[in-house]
Design a protein around this ligand. Structure first.
Ligand SMILES: [Zn+2]
Length: 399
């Protein structure tokens, strides 16, 4: 049944057929599901948690924001914070940040206190500091970790130091005393603080305050850059690219998504031990996927391109830490499990391979190729030739 909706040559959904058979919102949902290039057997996957298995608890988390958004939407007339909502919905930021900002201001995030009030858990202790009750004010303003992060903001609003303030107070203060850019910086940083807090809860890992601050600034900058139709060439002097050892090829991949559902695209570049580009790929994806899905698809296509070039030994590099960790952990569950499974079987065909995480600023070539696909909307593959765009990004190793 499902396989009839998939084009087995392109490995994409048959979009016209899906749109003919299903209602528009159903078709949009189906077309947004990323497919593995290896087209594994059909399988039921629950999208409400990372394992891909249904639990009542995860269903609660899926339903809660939907129910609350309906309730809050009905009661938002006459809200004195109307000015704040208007600003939030006009942010030049990914939609996930706008939705997060709104939920944070409505006290609709699943903080430990909110979960305790709803009977989901019995303790409300902050998972970050393990000392205080975690309500919204504590999570974003009072806890030591967010305080260290805010201290890195040189032009931060003085109101951030006010221990009696809540997140709405700070936002309204910024509207009156700062710029739109300040308000965006405040919420994109708060989003990263929440992301880090969730990493602690669900993954037992966390980022340093400086990493969170840098990531927040980069997210806002990258999003604005992604909306620009002009592809920026990077100065080779600021780009570092270490050569693979003799006999090995380096495969760098990047998946890019604009989170307001404009588009997704991937870039792949393969270089040899003398610094020559041997193959590259720049491809728009057929739908707008999550950043995690786009990164996984980019890795899958990097591996396919390396196979097509008959490369036996590969050093794969991705700037998506979660993708690298999922492959190393041999994950096959969750919404992307089928793609990770396909990657695993493809990796077995190499004589040797390794997969590493690299910082995004060291992945400029693949990044530019993904941006090129996004701006041109065309798919391009170079084999045995150097793509014109990132040529300057592969300087000979100065050592
Ligand atoms: Zn805390």
């Amino acid at each position: 049944m499902v396989s009839a909706l998939i084009d087995h040559d392109t490995k994409h959904w048959k979009a016209d057929l899906v749109k003919r058979i299903f209602l528009p919102f159903e078709a949009d949902t189906i077309l947004s599901i990323p497919l593995s290039y290896t087209l594994p057997d059909d399988k039921l996957i629950w999208m409400g948690n990372r394992r891909g298995e249904f639990t009542v608890r995860s269903a609660y988390y899926v339903a809660l924001p939907i129910v609350e958004s309906i309730q809050e939407g009905e009661s938002s007339c006459g809200d004195p914070r109307t000015q704040l909502w208007k600003k939030v919905w006009h942010f030049n930021l990914p939609s996930k940040i706008r939705i997060f900002a709104w939920r944070a201001c409505m006290n609709a995030l699943p903080t430990m206190l909110n979960l305790k009030i709803r009977g989901v858990c019995t303790e409300a202790i902050c998972p970050t500091c393990d000392q205080c009750i975690e309500n919204t004010s504590h999570a974003f303003l009072e806890c030591d970790t967010p305080r260290s992060i805010w201290s890195l903001w040189s032009g931060r609003p003085a109101f951030l130091e006010n221990r009696q303030a809540d997140i709405v107070d700070v936002a309204l203060h910024v509207i009156c005393n700062g710029s739109s850019q300040d308000l965006e910086t405040f919420f994109v940083t708060a989003w990263y603080i929440w992301f880090n807090r969730n990493q602690i809860v669900f993954e037992s890992t966390s980022l340093l305050p400086s990493q969170i601050w840098d990531s927040a600034l980069r997210l806002a900058k990258d999003f604005k850059g992604a909306l620009s139709p002009v592809v920026q060439l990077h100065d080779c002097r600021t780009t570092h690219w270490s050569l693979p050892p003799p006999g090995f090829y380096k495969v760098q991949v990047h998946g890019a998504s604009s989170l307001d559902c404009l588009s997704s695209s991937i870039g792949v570049i393969i270089g040899d031990s003398s610094g020559h580009v041997t193959a590259a790929l720049s491809r728009p994806l057929p739908a707008c996927y999550s950043p995690e899905a786009a990164e996984a698809i980019a890795l899958e296509h990097g591996i396919i391109l390396a196979h097509e070039m008959n490369i036996p030994h590969v050093l794969l590099e991705s700037d998506s830490l979660s993708t690298v960790q999922s492959i190393h952990a041999k994950k096959t569950g969750g919404p992307l499990g089928h793609i990770f499974g396909g990657i695993h079987s493809s990796l077995r065909q190499f004589s040797s391979w390794s997969l590493h995480h690299l910082k995004r600023d060291r992945n400029r070539a693949a990044h530019d190729l993904a941006q090129l696909a996004k701006s041109t909307g065309t798919s391009q593959v170079w084999k045995g030739t150097t793509p014109p765009l990132p040529r300057v990004l592969f300087p000979p190793d100065p050592s």
